[in-house]
Ligand binder design. Structure first.
Ligand code: N01
Length: 552
């Protein structure tokens, strides 16, 4: 038995025992591994990618970059790191994010706790020993008291089951598995299926390279211009002087942004003034447009004013009125997560870009040469890109074979939708803690992931102090949380589009349970609730001390 798993990346011992297994080396996992090591626990991390970065490791498609600004889409736990790291663009590119993860991993020597290129195949709770038995696809086995899953909210790719998909003779890629060496698109006829945040970033970039780009759009999006730009050293230096204020604001903001809420309502504002405010937010760019008024996600009249403003911008930008109309969403603004784009609508003015409406004329099959639609037309392409999104929230969890008490399989338990307490724990799975788990907040992820990892670290400290062997959500608490997140979602317009496919509700994946997967009560409120639960001696959790069976 090894009790010093920290640094176990060289040998491959079998049946190793550690205090904690952490799955995932993205924002949540890396910080969790760091925290647990700081607490003196032995940690084994597993990551299916060859290196750190989580979703940022995999998503290398053309145009991949954040849509939250770098200076608050990052960790805040280490003041030195905040002073050392400089973001070079307002919205960091995938390579810049990858460099950031490399920098963090080096600074805290985190890679030594991880086995990379190693996918966890199963995790089974052993009730005799109160330990998780974790097995990887490479056959490695590790037992741990605590299992922390930091597998990402949007990480399990969704590839629709198009008939004939295997028959396509050219190269085909899901954007989440874009080859590291890139893809030669020059002189090629490219087809892209999907116009979510990923497609919106990729389309203008691919259009610049390809001979022709055919966009297969099922549902249009409200795309806000990102307004990316370089960040000068002077600007970074100025930001560094006010990081305390930045993180204090992040803590109080609905979406973990370092801004004040608007404190204005669009629904009751005179039209000219409202338009002036939209114009200002549009010029500033990016996701904060959603927060230009406090009622956009709640009041249908306010929401429609934002929706119509964006439609007006689409009509102004796109030269062909029929194309502009096809690009104009009719569902409530925000009912699908609004993407930020750079030259997105402008791309449809190019001669080498065509837009096809696959809502009216659905894809029936992928052929050896391209894509066939219901009307029988075949659209030939040399390269096919699937920007078809993710089996969000639950997918990365249920694709692993996680088995809790009494042999209950997590995928079975969640077949009709996830139920958790705080998105962190689920009944029947003792000592399993989730970072950005199902039913956790819709928010700027890094601050929330860091906060949840801190909460879990404190909970584990509590368990060890109390000599407790198990902690898990009660059935009543997870039922209450599920009811609460559903009730909150129903008060918003975020899930209001009746026929809108959205990862918020699982309706983007064929056959998946259509339930609310996200807490829409605001990251600020969520953190308040988590803090209160801990202060109330972990209300909603059952904490027990059991004698392991072998001791009897
Ligand atoms: O995925 P999506 P994504 N036939 O699910 C289409 C984050 N993110 O990867 O809308 C035809 O949004 C589907 O059509 P429809 C961000 O949170 C962040 O783009 O279902 N089309 C849709 O157009 C985002 O929300 C960043 O009708 C089909 C597209 O595929 C989340 O990840 C960048 C289809 C999928 O869009 C997911 O974004 C990228 C079918 N059978 C992503 N099936 C940044 O930080 C699916 N589609 C910037």
């Amino acid at each position: 038995m090894s009790t010093s798993a920290v640094g176990l990346t060289t040998a491959q011992p079998q049946n190793r025992e550690v205090d904690a297994v952490v799955i995932g080396a993205g924002f949540g996992g890396l910080y969790m591994a760091h925290q647990l090591r700081e607490m003196g626990l032995t940690v084994q991390g597993y990551e299916s990618a060859p290196d750190v970065g989580g979703t940022w490791y995999w998503n290398r498609y053309p145009g991949a970059r954040t849509d939250c600004e770098g200076y608050y889409y990052c960790y805040s736990f280490d003041p030195e790191m905040l002073q050392q790291w400089n973001w070079t663009e307002r919205y960091p590119t995938q390579p810049e994010m990858q460099s950031y993860f490399g920098y963090v991993a080096d600074k805290f020597d985190l890679r030594r706790s991880y086995r990379f290129g190693t996918r966890v195949e199963s995790a089974v709770f052993d009730e005799n020993t109160d330990r998780w038995q974790v097995r990887t696809e490479t056959g490695e086995q590790t037992s741990a008291i605590y299992l922390i899953t930091a597998v990402g909210i949007l990480s399990a790719p969704n590839l629709p089951n198009f008939p004939g998909i295997e028959s396509f003779t050219g190269p085909a890629y899901h954007t989440a598995y874009w080859p590291e060496e890139g893809v030669e698109l020059a002189g090629k006829r490219v087809g892209i299926i999907g116009t979510g945040s990923t497609g919106v970033q990729a389309i203008p970039m691919i259009a610049e390279q390809a001979e022709h780009l055919t966009v297969f759009q099922r549902t249009p999006n409200y795309v806000i211009p990102a307004r990316n730009r370089p960040v000068s050293q002077e600007e970074m230096d100025e930001i560094k002087t006010r990081y305390d204020e930045v993180w204090a604001k992040v803590r109080r903001h609905w979406f973990s942004f370092p801004f004040d809420m608007a404190n204005m309502l669009a629904g009751s504002m005179e039209e000219n003034e409202r338009t002036r405010i939209y114009e200002k937010a549009w010029a500033n760019g990016g996701f904060p447009f959603l927060f230009s008024f406090d009622d956009l996600l709640f009041d249908p009249v306010a929401n429609e004013s934002a929706a119509e403003f964006v439609r007006g911008k689409i009509r102004e930008t796109v030269e062909d009125p029929a194309v502009a109309d096809l690009l104009s969403p009719r569902y409530p603004f925000g009912a699908k997560r609004p993407p930020s784009g750079t030259g997105y609508y402008e791309a449809f003015n190019r001669d080498n870009v065509s837009l096809l409406d696959v809502a009216a004329n659905a894809i029936t099959e992928i052929t050896p040469r391209g894509v066939r639609l219901t009307d029988g037309t075949e659209h030939e392409v040399d390269v096919l890109v699937f920007a078809t999104g993710f089996d969000a929230s639950t997918g990365a969890m249920t694709r692993m074979n996680i088995v809790g008490r009494d042999g209950v399989v997590l995928a079975d338990k969640w077949a009709e939708g996830p139920n958790t307490h705080l998105g962190i724990s689920t009944h029947g799975f003792p000592n399993m803690f989730m970072i950005t788990g199902p039913q956790s907040p819709f928010t700027n992820i890094p601050p929330c992931a860091q906060n949840t990892a801190d909460w879990i670290a404190e909970a584990i400290t509590h368990l060890r102090r109390e000599g407790a062997s198990r902690m898990e959500a009660t059935e009543a608490a997870e039922q209450a949380w599920t009811e609460q997140i559903t009730a909150i979602a129903e008060q918003t317009l975020l899930t209001a589009g009746k026929d809108v496919h959205s990862w918020f509700t699982g309706t983007n994946v064929e056959g998946k349970a259509a339930v609310i997967n996200v807490f829409f009560g605001g990251a600020d409120k969520y953190m308040d609730i988590c803090e209160q639960v801990a202060a109330d001696n972990y209300s909603g959790f059952e904490i027990t001390t059991t004698e392991p069976a072998y001791a009897n």
